[in-house]
Design a protein around this ligand. Structure first.
Ligand code: UDX
Length: 441
């Protein structure tokens, strides 16, 4: 039995911090590296710099074992690690569809010159296919240990809000490797998770890179598919809720990611499908995934259609109307507002002259920082005070549990647009509300 590989995690954002904490909780000696000293200070003092259920508790527990530390010193990280996980962000390039690989390249360029013994570098970030092949060349060129240093790819599928669970009990592990040695190192790095009956798919680097974008594209397509059906329902008086329910009983289709509504947002799905389409075009196979452009377009139309519903409800003009927006995060149980459909809708209505007030249980600080021009309130009741219309944009449990009679006592008009099919339409209508939602009469 060989010793456990010592692990470094490069980039302590959402993915990296979660990975570092979870690996340490499994018994590995972990060093987390980031260039941002504030992030490192906060983590080192036991604070998770973002909202993720269960993670602060796990950080406290693992810090107490002494197996986890955070640093800004790349020398310290390089000296520590047998396996280096690259977990930096790959955002969308400003004004373009392609992924921005600045951080991935910078982390490899900083680390590689310090690698003077046989170690494994593992990419976890979501990247355009072909990146690993390019990085392999870069490492070979920069690392004193040269060919001894190997690169592998291990995509990450965690969902925000379920990050700990998804990391410790993933649906599957994907190991993209170029040698048996690399595979063995990855197996040693995930031993407790593999022993937990987690399926492992061992493949080449390019396939491993592709699995991630293929999975996210499939999920995005599924959401846009049901939202396309909602458009048809809107034109025909049919009801997408019943349609989705009936489809879901076919277990070849299944009900997950088949919830119609305002559509997808967040830091992954929208940028990943765009980057994938753009990469496919670059390598001359754009036609194969051109449908992803349509998936994106359907998704955007849900946002404008939601605004149309609100406008119709208030008599055709948003100007001067008081609109209460429930939700800002891109999904419930998250404070993440990246490409959040909720805030997109709120900002557009604000731009159309509506008097918009926003409330969200977790994302208010982030929303305020990003969009100071919007007005914010302290609760659903607070923003709904005297409102002409209430718009539910993120399906938090606390919004699902709102009593129509309680809300009725504060609003000016009993009008609600349910952008997420989160409420019981029949009940709200019975309580005297004008209730409207996408894809239903
Ligand atoms: C996603 C993938 O699920 C995850 O595997 C990957 O690693 C990262 O991207 P995440 O961005 O955390 O995770 O969010 P997810 O829970 O997938 O939701 C994405 C968006 O789709 C949300 O805006 C959500 O509101 C929307 N959605 C989801 C729907 O509109 N309908 C559905 O049926 C499901």
């Amino acid at each position: 039995e060989t010793a456990l590989p010592r692990i470094t995690v490069i980039g302590t954002g959402y993915l990296g911090a979660t990975h570092a904490i979870c690996m340490a909780s499994l018994g590995y000696e972990v060093v987390g590296l980031d260039t941002d000293p504030r992030k490192i200070e906060r983590l080192q003092s036991g604070e998770v710099p973002f909202f993720e259920p269960g993670l602060p508790e796990l950080l406290a527990k693992t810090m107490a074992t002494g197996r986890l530390r955070f640093t800004t010193s790349v020398e310290e990280a390089a000296a520590h690690g047998d396996v280096h996980f690259i977990c930096v962000g790959t955002p969308q390039k400003p004004g373009m569809d392609a992924a921005d690989l600045t951080y991935v390249d910078a982390s490899v360029t900083a680390l590689a010159p310090l690698l003077d013994r046989k170690v494994l570098v593992v990419g976890k970030s979501t990247v355009p296919v072909g990146t690993a092949a390019r990085l392999t060349g870069l490492i070979k060129e920069l690392a004193p240990a040269g060919d001894e240093v190997e690169l592998a790819w291990n995509p990450e599928f965690l969902r925000e809000g379920f990050a700990v669970e998804d990391t410790l009990r993933p649906d599957r592990l994907v190991f993209g490797v170029a040698s048996d040695w690399a595979r063995e190192q990855l197996e040693a790095s995930f031993r407790p998770i593999i022993d937990n009956d987690t399926p492992v798919v061992v493949t080449d680097l390019a396939t491993a890179e592709l699995v991630k974008v293929a999975a996210n594209s499939f999920l995005a397509t599924k959401i846009s598919y049901i939202n396309a059906m909602a458009e048809i329902c809107e034109a025909t008086g049919a009801d997408v809720r019943h349609l989705a329910k009936a489809l879901a009983f076919d277990d070849r289709i299944g009900g997950r990611f088949l919830q119609p509504g305002l559509g997808f947002g967040g830091g992954c799905l929208p940028k990943d499908i765009r980057a994938f389409a753009s990469r496919a075009e670059e390598i001359g196979v754009g036609q194969a995934v051109s449908f992803l452009r349509e998936v994106d377009a359907i998704n955007r139309r849900r946002r404008s259609r939601t605004i149309d519903l609100v406008r119709e409800m208030v008599g055709g003009q948003l100007n001067g109307k008081k609109v209460a927006c429930l939700g800002a995060a891109f999904k419930p149980n998250s404070d993440d507002i990246r490409d959040a459909p909720a805030l997109d809708v709120a900002r557009t209505m604000h731009g159309l002259g509506a008097n918009v007030r926003v409330y969200d249980p977790a994302a208010l600080d982030n929303a305020r920082r990003a969009y100071p021009e919007l007005r914010y309130g302290t609760s659903a009741m607070d923003v709904a005070a005297d409102a002409d219309v209430v718009v539910l944009l993120t399906e938090w449990t606390e919004f699902r549990e709102i009593e129509p009679s309680a809300l009725a006592s504060v609003v000016k008009h009993r009008r609600i647009v349910d952008g997420r099919h989160a409420l019981d339409a029949e009940f709200w209508r019975a309580e005297g509300w004008e209730y409207r939602a996408l894809g239903m009469p």
